[in-house]
Design a protein around this ligand. Sequence first.
Ligand code: MN
Length: 233
Amino acid sequence: MALAEYRRKRRFGVTPEPAGGKQRRSARRLVYVVQKHRASRLHYDFRLEWNGVLLSWAVPKGPSLDPAVKRLAMAVEDHPLEYATFEGVIPEGEYGGGTVMVWDRGTWTPDVPDVDAALRKGELKFTLHGRKLTGSWVLVRTRSAAPGGRAGWLLIKHRDAAVSTDDVTATEPRSVVSRRLLAEIAWHEGGNVEKAASGDPPGEIQKLIAEPRLVRQRRRGTRAVWHSSRPAQ
Ligand code: MN
């Protein structure tokens, strides 16, 4: 039911993304994941497990560790829990076509007693236990969804020991599960490498061009990472 919009937008015979429904909830703790997604535009998909799905927001500029910086987060359709391990290539022409990286992953805990009430009210305080993002954060709704539209929220870091003015999207550009750049994921999974590379820091791509042996080898059988069955280019 909650995944109706997610399923309506996708053709599961074509896209390697999960249809969902296999996993009802996490074993112990609530999953948190950020996926870097070079679709028609680069964005970061911020997802929190709640009520058996991943609540999802598209953050065009990605998260900031600076409490003075408020990042636009557009509410998007709920995703299945299985999506949290998805890293690969959505075929061009399909919904969200492009390269997806698991940019950060971990668990989260609500800082409020009633998450559903907080979501209705439009202010959710929570703590992240990720590899790149930790500490206290808030999502604040600034614009309700117009009919057929999406609600606008802001993702803001709270002041605590984890704040920084460094741009974490620039200093930590690689996958937390495979250590790959977007360009390497596209290369391994048969995607558009040039398009994917446009979402990586130019300095990282320059390093690979200067020293191609640094390109990460494709590894199969890594349980944490999904691999498509499509051959590498
Ligand atoms: Mn996306």
